[in-house]
Design a protein around this ligand. Structure first.
Ligand SMILES: Cc1cc2nc3c(=O)[nH]c(=O)nc-3n(C[C@H](O)[C@H](O)[C@H](O)COP(=O)(O)O)c2cc1C
Length: 176
């Protein structure tokens, strides 16, 4: 089975996972902007990685807008984000719903890894977005669990990347 790893990254976390996965699979690794759907259809298996930004998987349109052309492919999507993995409710309800309104297609399998958010590396726009989000959530009288989590996440500062976590994805692709 021929496979390609495609990624979109802003601060490098998704790229680190993408390169690690491609190396383990012995396959090509390209940045999303350096490829297109005409190239992707030449592969049996496409691994796509993107960071989460306000629950949206960065650049996922490359896959989701071309689902008809990719219907006979095995697709593996991985996200990187700072939401702790054990917040399954957050992940299932918010992230999947946000990115797959009609449900996740049967040929797509999704993995979620921890990424990094180092405040001193963030762009001015991203820093301002986090300040605004925190302000909105803090102003809520009876914040829901997800809103409380978001307040906490706005203050996260660190690199939580753990390439070992990609093992499950690698094993899954090898089993296809
Ligand atoms: C403005 C902004 C919004 C973010 N939104 C989320 C989010 O909704 N969920 C999450 O888990 N992480 C979120 N993050 C953290 C990023 O997803 C995390 O830093 C990721 O590793 C970035 O990947 P990249 O460096 O490959 O782009 C956000 C970060 C920023 C700066």
């Amino acid at each position: 089975m021929n496979c390609i790893v495609v990624y979109k990254t802003k601060y490098g976390s998704t790229e680190a996972y993408a390169r690690h996965i491609a190396e383990a699979l012995g396959c090509e690794c390209v940045e999303a902007k350096q490829t297109d759907i005409d190239k992707l259809v030449q592969y049996d298996c496409i691994v796509y990685g993107g960071g989460l930004y306000a629950e949206v998987i960065n650049g996922i349109g490359l896959i989701n807008k071309n689902l008809d052309k990719l219907s006979d492919k095995k697709i593996v999507v991985f996200t990187t984000g700072i939401t702790p993995i054990h917040y399954r409710e957050y992940y299932d309800d918010e992230v999947l719903e946000r990115n797959y309104k009609n449900g996740v297609p049967s040929n797509i399998r999704i993995f979620n890894f921890l990424g990094k958010m180092k405040l001193d590396e963030l762009t001015v726009t991203h820093r301002a977005a986090l300040v605004a989000l925190k302000k909105i959530m803090t102003a809520k009288k009876n914040p829901k669990p997800l809103e409380k989590l978001l307040i906490e996440l706005c203050d996260a500062d660190g690199d939580f990347t753990n390439l070992e976590d990609a093992r499950a994805l690698i094993e899954y692709v090898k089993s296809l």
